[in-house]
Design a protein around this ligand. Structure first.
Ligand code: FES
Length: 104
């Protein structure tokens, strides 16, 4: 089961390139892409750097601290699957973005 959390209008988020968002008690990094948005957990699993501050390249975010890469579609990490990050769907309803989180 999952739930959708309203994170407000996209215009209110500060993208650089991702926007840090607290949703359901969880810090996420929301990224604007050509076909919509993507959200992943914000803390890099290596040493905790905020992935919202990374660099976007070919559908991936490159962590600003040690350059590990995470695919924004799958959460896959280039270093190994044990470092993958959770990916969350994002949708727009009436001008507000909503992010899908697991229940609990
Ligand atoms: S903290 Fe992200 S790669 Fe090290």
């Amino acid at each position: 089961m999952s739930r959708w959390i309203d994170i407000g209008p996209a215009a209110d988020l500060h993208f650089h390139p991702g926007a840090p968002v607290l949703a359901g008690g969880r810090w996420l990094a929301v990224f604007p892409l050509g076909d919509g948005w993507r959200a992943i957990d914000n803390a890099c699993p290596h040493a905790g750097a905020p992935l919202c501050d990374g660099t976007l390249r070919d559908g991936k975010v490159v962590c600003a601290m040690h350059c590990w890469e995470f695919d924004l579609a799958t959460g896959a990490c280039d270093v190994g699957p044990q470092w993958n990050v959770p990916v969350h769907a994002v949708r727009e309803i009436d001008g507000h973005l909503e992010v899908e989180l697991p229940d609990g």
